[in-house]
Design a protein around this ligand. Structure first.
Ligand code: SF4
Ligand code: MG
Length: 324
C-alpha cells in the first residue's frame, strides 16, 4: 500500500470556535493507482491533500489520525524530513499554474532550480533533464521553450510545465488538486489525457482532487466522494457510474455537463453546503436530500462496507448487499 489515511481529522481554529474541515476520514491509495477525491468546494478534499503534504494554513491543525506513506506515519516526520519527501516522493500540482510559477524567471531556470533542489545534478545535466521533462509532457520544441517566461505560454502549456516540474524527480505519488479547473474544456481533456498517459508510462500513483465527476470518469480508477468533511461513498469508477449509491453522488452525476445539453439546463443539487459552524444533526446531507427520512435528521449514518463499495447513508443497512 502506497498511501493509507486512517481516521484523519483536520480542524480550523476560527474566532468563533473550531471547525472540523476533515472529519475522521480513512482511505487507501495503491501503487500506480489514480484515486479521485470528489466533492463540492468546502467538502474537505483540498484540506485532505494539504494534510498529506503538511502544507496546511497556520490556523489549521491535524487533530487525529495517521497518514501512512509506505507504512511510515508522515505525521511523525520532522519538517526537514517532510521537505525531503515533498517533491522527491510526493509532489503536487494546483489549479492555477500561474500562481505557482515565478513570472520573472524563465521556464528553464525554474525547472532546473527545482530539479537541482531534489537531485544531485550539475546545471547542464539539470537543464537536459528539464528539456527531457518538457518533451515528456508534450511541449513542442522544448529546447526553445525553456527560454520562455510563463506569460509567453498558454494556460494549458503552463499546466504542462507544472506537471513536468512535479514529475522531474520521479515521485511515486502525484497530488493534483483541481488540475484542469482553470482551463477550457478542450485543454482540460488534453491535460487529463496527459496525466493518464504519464501514469501508464511512469507508474506513479495520482490523487486527483476535483469537484467534477466528468473529470473522474475520464481519468480515475477509483473514487471517494466527500461531503462536509466526511467520506460518503467509495467505489471503483465503473461501479459508481453504473449505480451510484449515495443520494449526493447521484446529484453529482446528474450535474455532469454533457456535450448535447446546454449548460443552462444543467441539474444542480438543491440547497447549499451547510455552514460548518452550524451543521444539521444526523446526516449532514439531510437538508438537501430528496430521500431524507425521519432517522436521517437525528442519527448520523455509519459507513456500510461491502467489498470494494462503501456508503454512508441510512438507505442502506449492513444486512443489505450494497454491491447488488
Ligand atoms: Fe439522504 Fe438520509 Fe441517506 Fe442522508 S442518510 S443521504 S438524508 S437518505
Ligand atoms: Mg479546493
Amino acid at each position: 500500500m502506497l498511501l493509507e489515511v486512517n481516521n484523519l481529522s483536520t480542524v480550523f481554529k476560527m474566532k468563533r470556535g473550531t471547525v472540523k474541515a476533515v472529519n475522521d476520514i480513512s482511505f487507501n491509495c495503491n501503487d500506480g493507482e489514480i484515486l479521485a477525491i470528489v466533492g463540492e468546494s468546502g467538502s474537505g478534499k483540498s484540506v485532505t491533500s494539504l494534510s498529506i503534504m503538511q502544507l496546511l494554513a497556520e490556523n489549521a491543525e491535524i487533530a487525529e489520525g495517521e497518514i501512512l506513506y509506505k507504512g511510515e506515519n508522515l505525521l511523525k516526520k520532522s519538517p526537514a524530513e517532510m521537505r525531503a519527501i515533498r517533491g522527491n516522493q510526493i509532489s503536487m500540482i494546483f489549479q492555477e499554474p500561474m500562481t505557482s510559477l515565478n513570472p520573472v524567471l524563465r521556464i528553464g531556470e525554474q525547472l532546473t532550480e527545482s530539479i537541482r533542489l531534489h537531485m544531485k545534478l550539475d546545471k547542464k545535466a539539470a537543464l537536459a533533464r528539464a528539456v527531457e521533462m518538457l518533451e515528456l509532457v508534450g511541449i513542442p520544441s522544448p529546447e526553445q521553450r525553456v527560454k520562455d517566461y510563463p506569460h509567453q505560454m498558454s494556460g494549458g502549456m503552463r499546466q504542462r510545465v507544472m506537471i513536468a516540474m512535479a514529475l522531474a524527480c520521479n515521485p511515486e505519488l502525484l497530488i493534483a488538486d483541481e488540475p484542469t479547473t482553470a482551463l477550457d474544456v478542450t485543454i482540460q481533456a488534453q491535460i487529463l489525457d496527459l496525466i493518464y498517459k504519464l501514469r501508464q508510462k511512469l507508474g506513479m500513483a495520482v490523487l486527483l482532487i476535483t469537484h467534477d465527476l466528468g473529470v473522474v470518469a475520464e481519468a480515475a480508477d477509483r473514487v471517494i466522494v466527500m461531503y462536509c468533511g466526511k467520506v460518503v461513498e467509495e467505489a471503483k469508477v465503473d461501479a459508481l457510474f453504473e449505480r451510484p449509491l449515495h443520494p449526493y453522488t447521484e446529484g453529482l452525476l446528474a450535474s455532469i455537463p454533457r456535450a448535447d445539453e446546454d449548460r443552462e439546463r444543467l441539474y444542480m443539487i438543491e440547497g447549499m453546503v451547510p455552514n460548518p459552524m452550524n451543521m444539521p444533526s444526523g446526516c449532514s446531507f439531510s437538508d438537501r436530500c430528496s430521500k431524507c427520512m425521519e432517522i436521517c435528521k437525528t442519527k448520523e449514518p455509519e459507513m456500510i462496507v461491502d467489498g470494494e463499495r462503501k456508503v454512508r447513508c441510512h438507505l442502506y443497512t449492513k444486512e443489505q448487499e450494497v454491491a447488488k
